[in-house]
Design a protein around this ligand. Structure first.
Ligand code: NAP
Length: 516
């Protein structure tokens, strides 16, 4: 069993009791009582006696990143009081044990090493040294320099000789905290609800359980994730983990912080795709890695959907594992999401897009995907962009790919909209204009939009953008960015699992998050 351990900084008896109760209510299996600020054994004994969950007692000195200023004798006195009052274990730094020839000062000791700067230079020697103490549990924790440090954490857990806690701190280390259970770690730490936690990158118990499916994770759980930088704002973990929950699929979906640059992306793929026991089975890829994903998959000779090649970016990777072989496939689910959002709203099939007049605002990644998709089905597309040259480049590339594509500047769109009627049947915003926090902005200041126009805003935060509000006021039919987001996620889910995506659940999760 891997314990879910709530980490609590103890300030006084009343606060400790409150946080222990909160930890128990949120489903923690045990707590770590950080008694760094406690200076007398009598107080330690009272707090320990009040603890309603199994607990670990720790009194971390300043020289190991803690707050205790007591001398060694004083600190050990606090721990002795805790162990005498039913502590499940006490945490003693390896450095302290070195001073007593690696002998544990008490029964039930966790021998620990922490490095807040990065990976300890002598990592493997430290593991040997920990194994040579007579502690019951080894603990080694460091700040991840990059996501790849987690692979060493998994190595340590796989080759453990005794119960072991191995974790990476910081945002890049999040996956080691969640996957500790998959690799059989002794415990993972999480913060009680409403408390700040005791180490960088520590998440809350509720988040661990609800968002990251802690209770469902097992040795065979398949791992998925979104590769991005930054990544913690992503709503993809919420939507995909909810879909795994709803369908009973044995998977967990994580944020994967991979720094910008092709080399970082490649190093991530080379480390984790073949990593035995991780079962990495699928990836969402977003800014800044969509082009990197395409390049990497091409280098590997992977199967890449024709559409992803045409658009020049991959947002979905499927990792097939059969008979010891790993196969990679790449696709772009934004393409279908854009087309299907429009056709569903118009009540037509894709082929009926032929000849439809569509205005696409934006010539970045999303604009490009929209133009490629619409031109492929024969639409008559005009790309409006702030930087007109980029729109012209797009038009040159896709004009004649069945449909017609011409370029114009953004200012032309505003003036074209003020004549007899809008020169388009569908208007699609593929810029970031109107996105939170600049919610009062619209890509075009004013235009004529009537019931004959469908206005589609790819921005999903806020759900009702300024543009959509203007469109509704003019009686136009609208499509929000949530529609596109949910559809691209559904296509990913189906490609990874072979199951039908639970559309209603996925839509509800994202709408709930956006309403917060
Ligand atoms: P991108 O490649 O960086 O392109 C940004 C586009 O926005 C460019 O055309 C840029 O014009 C234009 N732009 C930016 N600021 C502007 C401003 N102040 N005024 C006028 N135009 C401006 O970004 P992307 O990947 O295409 O994403 C664009 C948006 O699509 C995102 O912000 C997001 O809201 C949305 N999106 C939604 C989904 C979904 O599932 N709903 C998925 C992906 C993206 P220039 O060329 O002149 O710089």
């Amino acid at each position: 069993m891997t314990y879910l351990c709530a980490a609590i900084f103890v300030h006084d008896v009343a606060q400790a009791k409150r946080e222990i109760a909160a930890a128990a209510e949120s489903g923690a299996d045990m707590v770590e009582l950080r008694m760094d600020e406690i200076t007398d054994p009598a107080t330690a004994r009272i707090i320990a006696a009040e603890c309603i969950l199994p607990f670990i007692a720790t009194c971390r000195p300043t020289w190991e990143g803690g707050r205790s200023q007591l001398d060694e004798e004083g600190r050990l006195g606090i721990l002795e009081a805790a162990i005498a009052t039913n502590a499940r274990c006490v945490d003693v730094e390896l450095e302290t044990m070195r001073r007593s020839n690696r002998a544990a000062p008490f029964e039930h000791v966790i021998a620990s090493v922490h490095d807040y700067q990065g990976r300890p230079a002598r990592l493997h020697n430290l593991i040997l040294e920990l194994n040579n103490t007579d502690a019951e549990v080894n603990k080694i924790v460091w700040t991840a320099r990059s996501i790849r440090d987690n692979a060493e954490v998994f190595d340590i857990l796989k080759s453990r000789r005794r119960p072991t806690i191995a974790l990476c701190m910081g945002e890049a280390g999040l996956i080691s905290r969640v996957l500790a259970k998959k690799f059989g770690g002794f415990l993972t730490f999480a913060a009680p609800d409403g408390a700040g936690g005791t180490a960088p990158g520590q998440i809350g118990i509720a988040e661990m359980k609800r968002l990251y499916r802690w209770d469902a994770i097992g040795e065979r759980t398949k791992v998925y994730g979104v590769v991005a930088s930054p990544v913690m704002h992503s709503m993809s973990p919420a939507i995909h983990n909810a879909a795994f929950d709803a369908t009973g699929f044995d998977g967990v979906y994580l944020p994967l912080l991979v720094e910008a640059g092709y080399e970082s992306f490649k190093a991530f793929m080379e480390t984790f795709v073949p990593y035995e026991g991780l079962d990495l089975s699928g990836l969402s890829v977003t800014i800044p890695h969509k082009e990197n994903a395409l390049r990497y998959l091409k280098e590997k000779g992977a199967d890449i959907g024709q559409l992803a090649q045409t658009i020049g970016s991959v947002n979905t990777v499927i990792i097939d594992r059969r008979n010891g072989q790993t196969g990679l496939r790449g696709m772009n689910t934004d393409y279908a999401a854009i087309l299907d959002s429009i056709t569903a709203r118009l009540g037509i099939v894709r082929e009926q897009l032929a000849g439809k007049r569509v205005a696409v605002i934006g010539a970045g990644g999303t604009g490009r995907t929209a133009v490629a998709a619409l031109a492929h089905y024969g639409a008559d597309v005009t790309v409006y962009n702030r930087t007109k040259e980029r729109a012209e480049e797009l038009a040159r590339e896709f004009d004649g790919h069945v449909g017609r594509v011409r370029a114009a500047s953004l200012s032309e769109l505003a003036s074209e909209g003020t004549g007899e009627g809008p020169p388009y049947e569908v208007l699609l915003n593929a810029t970031s204009v109107g996105m939170y926090p600049k919610v009062d902005e619209s890509p075009v200041p004013a235009m004529r939009m009537g019931p004959q126009v469908v206005v589609f805003d790819s921005v999903y935060n806020p759900m009702r953008t300024k543009l959509l509000q203007m469109a509704e006021a003019a009686g136009a039919r609208t499509i929000g960015g949530v529609e596109m987001f949910v559809r691209q996620a559904m296509a990913q889910f189906e490609a990874w699992t072979g199951l039908r995506a639970p559309a209603a659940v996925m839509r509800r999760v994202i709408e709930q998050r956006l309403r917060r």
